[in-house]
Design a protein around this ligand. Sequence first.
Ligand code: KIV
Ligand code: ZN
Length: 369
Amino acid sequence: MLDTTLRDGEQAPGIDFTIEQKVQIAKQLARLGVDVIEAGFPASSEGEFIATKKILEEVGDQTEVIGLARANKYDIDKVIEAGLSSIHVFIATSEIHMKYKLKMTREEVLERIYDNVKYAKSHGLIVEYSPEDATRTDEEFLIKAVKTAIEAGADRINIPDTVGTMTPFTFYDKIKKVVSIAGDKIVSVHCHNDFGLATANSIAGVAAGARQVHVTVNGIGERAGNASLEEVVMVLKKLMGYEVGIKTWLLYETSRLVSELGGIPIPYFKAIVGENAFGHEAGIHVHGVIENPATYEPLSPEEVGNFRRLALGKHSGIHGLNKILEEQGIYLDTEKLKIVLAEIKKKADAGEKISPEDAKNIALKLMNS
Ligand code: KIV
Ligand code: ZN
């Protein structure tokens, strides 16, 4: 798992971590157990340079720390100057990027790949190469770019779905092809979420043979974000049986930390780490969960450090209410529970939100009347 919260995640508008915040997040990521932390883009600013250096000092003995560089010597030298021994070199290979952004020909791009991967390798770095906008690149040219990077000594090939235009089916086929020519080099995937498919595409990439996935905490990143760490980790672990080496019980607190420091709230319905990810209100569901949580929870909240939340509302049933009251030291017989439940439903129908505390107060009032 390569976490790029501190590089691609931070590229999202409105997110600018201080150096101290970046170090704090890096320490948490190392605790969590990610294999590689993409700490930043040292050539982009003095702060980025210092942050990358500091992150290496703080967590470099626990995890690989990598820095981003465009395919030019200035950027590569900055990564070297920061003391990193891993570098992520990228240059775009799609026609649209080469024509309008780089203003370079295919031959010039291939030359840049070769020269700069070779240059980074000549400094003893672990080199990961990304053909930016790989998934909108003519496939023959993409293969040429990948082969050129490998010839120049690249250790890992990362395939970015830069604007998230793949489906799991098309991405699977693409990654299969890249894996088939990559030999013993690690193939990695980097998926953006423009169509809400970043997690699904990442998983398809793994199924096709990718051995590294780029992710960000809470899926933060450019536009609709990147593949979310917590989703990819739990799908790989729970649904596909991979050993991902992540301390999953730290996922929720990691998610909260990044949300607080970045000032970006976590969507209520976000899988794994959302407030409602383990929420139950409907009577039938609450009853099932009380009897056996697996009835309506495909993974347990404890496994990811999140919490089960039994809510009260118009869909509530007697079992859920009983459980919520018992947890607050209130024990009622069935008749009284029915009366409290009727009161709660009346309030909920009128649009009121009922907290466990409200339920307790309604019950106490009834007991005292
Ligand atoms: O999405 C992308 O293409 C990137 C590259 C820098 C790898 O983030
Ligand atoms: Zn990206």
